[in-house]
Write a protein that binds this ligand. Structure first.
Ligand SMILES: NC(=O)CC[C@H](N)C(=O)O
Length: 231
């Protein structure tokens, strides 16, 4: 069975939901602790959302130096599928596994809403099962979600197909070019601000189309990783 590690740092909030999403996608979730020196032979890793180390300094800035990150960085360069959700995305940027940075929302407030996104590429380990241009709705909740990078870098990300998700209808934080998620050049490392792990079960997900509180669009992200790992 495919084994996907879910990392818990002090202050992580969404590791249980991420583990549940992994299980619903047909894989076995493996708990990884911030102090773990190895990844216990997992086939993929999820850096879950939350408030690691209380968001001190900058979101993700301290978690980036946790012992488990050495193995994650090594795994990333070897092609291990890695997903960073919200605080996980911030940690991946701090670790320079993904380019750019996430800064305070342009309106200076924490925001929580059901957010529509467009899937811009299926050439990543985490979006393989979508269709290009598909619109999905998943919850969003963060204080530092504004994606910024130099103009030249953003142009390169667009040109190389590394913009993976874009906000639709409403940009919730001032992110450049409505960018909600990006990947590394190889497509195995993906980070996104909204939370797919909160949209995996009917009755608990966001309001989406004809499905009040029933949207399960997020599940495809975890199922995509399982499909990529199985080849
Ligand atoms: N939901 C989250 O992961 C939040 C991330 C981070 N603590 C922020 O507020 O931006």
């Amino acid at each position: 069975m495919t084994r996907i590690g879910v990392v818990t740092f002090p202050g992580t909030l969404d590791d249980q939901d991420a583990s549940r999403a992994v299980r619903l996608a047909g894989a076995e979730p493996v708990q990884l602790w911030h102090k773990d020196r190895d990844l216990h032979d997992v086939d993929g890793v999820v850096l879950a959302g939350g408030f690691s180390y209380g968001d001190y300094l900058r979101c993700g800035a301290i978690a980036r130096f946790a012992p488990v990150m050495d193995s994650i960085i090594e795994g990333a360069y070897k092609g291990l599928p890695i997903l960073g959700i919200c605080n996980g995305f911030q940690i991946l940027c701090e670790a320079q596994l993904l380019p750019g940075a996430l800064i305070r929302n342009n309106h200076q407030k924490f925001i929580c809403r059901d957010q529509k996104l467009r899937v811009e590429t299926t050439d990543t380990a985490w979006t393989k099962l979508f269709t290009v241009g598909q619109e999905i709705t998943v919850p969003l909740k963060n204080g530092e979600g504004c994606f910024v990078a130099e103009e030249e870098l953003v142009n390169r990300l667009e040109g190389e197909g590394q913009v993976v998700f874009r906000y639709v209808d409403f940009n919730p934080n001032g992110s450049l070019r409505d960018i909600a998620g990006i990947s590394n050049a190889a497509g195995n490392v993906v980070g996104l601000m909204p939370h797919p792990e909160h949209a995996v079960e009917k009755g608990f997900g966001p309001i989406a189309g004809d499905e009040p509180h029933g949207g399960v669009d997020g599940l495809q992200i975890f199922a995509s990783a399982v499909a990529s790992i199985m080849g």
